[in-house]
Design a protein around this ligand. Structure first.
Ligand code: ATP
Ligand code: MG
Length: 130
């Protein structure tokens, strides 16, 4: 993979949740590395944290290759990788998002994905506040 020049923006207020720090780090790491791997040159990534009623929303938004409807339904399946020229050139096992989904579920949360092909993808992790 060549140079990408990706801009990273973030808004990360302090919030308190109950959880396993190391498992949650795995979640953030996977979502950020995907946002980099499946982005475009000179793309951008926005990470934000927001408190909403009894949950905390952590959002990763990228300007990458996006996902179509069918792909979106399968990305949380173990070993699933979208078969595009891009995914053949970036490394991965296809386990990352299934691990993410399992960890979020263990914390009593949910993960949502919104995407437009060629435009980008948004992952929102919703975790209950303690
Ligand atoms: N932000 C994203 N934008 C576009 N496609 C994505 C994004 N995140 C994941 N995908 C697609 O979903 C597939 C599954 O993602 P997942 O993180 O599970 O696996 P991976 O990144 O290929 O490998 P690993 O995370 O195990 O290194 C990816 O191969 C890619 O095709
Ligand atoms: Mg991954």
């Amino acid at each position: 993979m060549g140079e990408k020049g990706i801009m990273l923006g973030y808004s990360l207020p302090d919030v308190e949740i109950t959880g396993d720090p190391s498992l949650l780090n795995t979640v953030w790491y996977n979502l950020l590395s995907n946002a980099i791997k499946y982005n475009k040159s000179n793309g951008s990534i926005e990470i934000s944290i927001e408190e909403k009623e009894k949950s905390v929303l952590v959002t990763f938004e990228d300007t990458g290759i996006g996902l179509n409807h069918k792909e979106k339904e399968r990305i949380f399946d173990r070993f699933y990788r979208v078969d595009t020229a891009r995914s053949r050139t970036v490394e991965g096992t296809g386990l990352g998002l299934s691990i993410v989904a399992a960890i979020v579920k263990l914390h009593g949360g949910q993960i949502h994905v919104y995407s437009t092909e060629e435009e980008g993808t948004i992952f929102v992790v919703e975790l209950p506040v303690s």
